[in-house]
Design a protein. Structure first.
Length: 303
């Protein structure tokens, strides 16, 4: 049984098609990435998964429980960390987490609450009022709220947006532990190096549709190959090489160019073309392409 099953989900807001028939399946125990630019439909899809919004058509199920027909069962198995900092300013951290436990009918949950707070470095803030916390601390409490009922499926919507490096490391250490213990993780993030390091499989959304879905390693290998980064001391990049440029803004800035190469044997013809054009190379590096390069290619529709 899939941890998350999404079948042909569509959602329209007047003239805007937010989701145009999204279908994907996340297996139990996966660490799954959901990537896409702003406006791609990620947050809309998450709100439908969480039961906060309703799809115009299609279905979503959490561990076999439909999020509309079996809302209570589905929601019990799901923890969601929202993108926005939503909190009640009148309660302490511990009171907030106890109330969240109560929403799920959990009594005497303090032992787990203490463990979650310890793992998110919130213990010394347990009796602090929510409105007195920094943005980063509030973000930690949102994560703790999502985990308070030990959900088997955890959805993280931009959980590290605008937070410091220390929190990112603390959070990922804890989330990785939960994943090892069998929890399914679905992550959206703009930090693509984060997604590359953490996610086993990735789906990319563009204008409300899935445009790529594969294992992280397969995406990188299949789509991008390697990169040749060259910095020119003089001369312009020849027209024949411009289609190989991974980052179009480099054509405007000039001098430094990131060129896609599929095989090492592609390098010599590139160097020969530069020599023939009279360009002098100041610096050169051959790099393995990463998820960011894959993302840019797909979003630009080059592949």
């Amino acid at each position: 049984m899939a941890a998350l099953q999404i079948v042909n989900v569509e959602k329209r807001y007047k003239s805007l098609q937010a989701l145009g028939g999204v279908t994907l399946s996340v297996e139990e125990g996966e660490f799954f990435g959901l990537l896409g630019p702003n406006g791609a439909g990620k947050t809309t899809l998450i709100s439908i998964i969480a039961g906060l919004n309703r799809a115009d058509s299609g279905s979503v199920a959490i561990l076999g429980h439909d999020v509309v027909r079996n809302y209570r069962e589905a929601r019990q198995r799901l923890g969601v960390v929202p993108q926005e900092l939503v909190f009640d300013p009148f309660f302490t951290v511990r009171e907030t987490l106890r109330m969240q436990s109560g929403y799920f009918g959990l009594k005497n949950n303090d032992k787990w609450i203490d463990e979650v707070m310890a793992n998110l470095d919130l213990t010394n803030k347990a009796d602090t009022n929510m409105r007195a916390l920094s943005g980063g601390m509030k973000r930690r409490v949102l994560v703790a709220q999502a985990l308070v009922h030990k959900p088997p499926v955890i959805v993280l919507d931009e959980p590290t947006a605008g937070v410091d490096v220390e929190l990112r490391q603390t959070l990922w250490k804890f989330i990785a532990r939960l994943n090892r213990e069998g929890h399914t993780i679905v992550l959206t993030t703009h930090y693509l190096e984060e997604a590359q390091a953490l996610c086993n499989r990735i789906a990319m959304l563009k204008t409300g549709k899935v445009v790529a879905l594969d294992s992280t390693s397969a995406l990188i290998k299949r789509i991008s190959g390697s990169q040749l980064v060259v910095r020119l001391a003089n001369g312009d990049l020849p027209d024949a090489l411009k289609p190989l440029v991974s980052h179009p803004d480099e054509l405007v800035a000039g001098r430094k160019y990131t060129l896609r190469v599929n095989e090492y044997t592609d390098v010599e013809p590139i160097l020969a073309t530069l020599r023939q054009a009279g360009a002098t190379i100041e610096d050169m590096q051959l790099q393995q392409a990463d998820l960011e390069d894959v993302f840019i290619q797909i979003m630009e529709g080059e592949k």
